[in-house]
Design a protein around this ligand. Structure first.
Ligand code: ADP
Length: 314
């Protein structure tokens, strides 16, 4: 049985080879790379030694195989993962620009990644788990996913499983108000929230990220971990705040860093490290994640994380 359950979209990423090439002209693409924030999280947590189950859907096609093979290879439990012969695996096309920005074109909602039903949430699967990890991207796929995630949260709570939540907000698709409404029931039940400063302000309506964090803590969240890209992270819980600096690395591809960070943090907590040590561990995982091209390719193994942490102490 898993210690951590992740659920949501699994898809492949097809990316522009050249930085600066947009999505509106014929140019060279590379891929398929296994992707989807909840799947990246699951894969990284498994690589780091966590017992992880992933609930999601692929099509019965080559792109689906790319995802399934990777998750299986890295040891993710796929008991409630499904392959649908009548659907095509979800795809995200991605362009990268020299200022660090990215442009995405998604085929998710009407693909296999949009297929889910409540029969995939089985109470016995949650028994003994420590965390149900929810990603804001998954709750905003469609109505079926929203209802299934809310049911999973109820099931988790009944089984004493804590909710961890990465807002991963994409307001460009649904608009801020709708996203905030979708996230509200999750935040109210979450023990840990992993926002960026911008997401924290969007979720709470506060202007300042720290004020936004305090508003999240007031709503009942035990721990808020603010992700700050190349500046590292700050962990807040009631009465404590730890600023934890980033590791210095060369950033090649930022996609997936946040999901790997979340995975590092939860695996580290399960391994009984403190909040501060877990933030440091997660910073190392996030840093390594940006050093390789491809959303899931940067998910590091424990030896790599330990090496980075040890080297930085010298
Ligand atoms: P997201 O992918 O959700 O936007 P971030 O970009 O904040 O999240 O990255 C998550 C974490 O990964 C950061 O908090 C940091 O620990 C690490 N990280 C990200 N980018 C870098 C970088 N360029 N150098 C070092 N660490 C990084």
């Amino acid at each position: 049985m898993p210690e951590i359950i992740s659920m949501g979209e699994a898809l492949v990423e097809i990316m522009r080879e050249k930085i600066g090439a947009g999505l509106d002209k014929p140019e060279v693409f590379i891929g398929p790379y296994p992707s989807g924030a909840p799947a990246i999280f699951a894969d990284c947590a498994a690589r780091l030694g966590g017992k992880v189950g992933f609930v999601g859907t692929i099509g019965n096609d080559d792109f689906g195989k790319v995802i399934q093979d990777r998750l299986r290879f890295d040891g993710v439990d796929l008991t409630y993962f499904q392959s649908k012969p009548e659907a095509t695996t979800g795809v995200a096309f991605v362009a990268y620009f020299s200022d660090g920005s990215r442009k995405f074109l998604y085929h998710i909602r009407n693909a296999a990644s949009g297929v889910i039903d409540k029969s995939r949430i089985v109470s016995s699967y949650f028994k003994g788990a420590r965390f149900l990890h929810i990603n804001g991207s998954a709750v905003s796929i469609n109505q079926d996913w929203k209802e299934t995630i809310y049911l999973a949260i109820e099931t988790a709570k009944k089984n004493g499983v804590k909710i961890s939540f990465d807002p991963n907000i994409r307001p460009e698709i649904l608009g801020v108000d709708k996203v905030r409404a979708l996230c509200q029931p999750i935040i109210e039940n979450a023990s840990i929230v992993f926002p960026s400063g911008e997401e924290a302000t969007m979720l709470t309506g506060k202007k300042d990220p720290e004020e936004a964090v305090f508003a999240l803590l007031e709503k009942g969240t035990d721990v808020v971990v603010l992700k700050k890209g190349s500046l590292g992270s700050t962990v807040y819980s009631r009465g404590t705040k730890y600023d934890v600096p980033a590791f210095e690395v060369e950033e090649i591809d930022p996609t997936g860093a946040g999901d790997c960070f979340d995975a590092g943090f939860l695996v580290s907590l399960i391994q009984k490290r403190s909040l501060k040590e877990s933030a440091r561990y997660a910073n190392a995982v996030g840093a390594l994640a940006v050093t390789r091209k491809g959303p899931m390719e940067g998910a590091p193994f424990p030896e790599e994380v330990d090496k980075l942490i040890t080297l930085s102490k010298k």
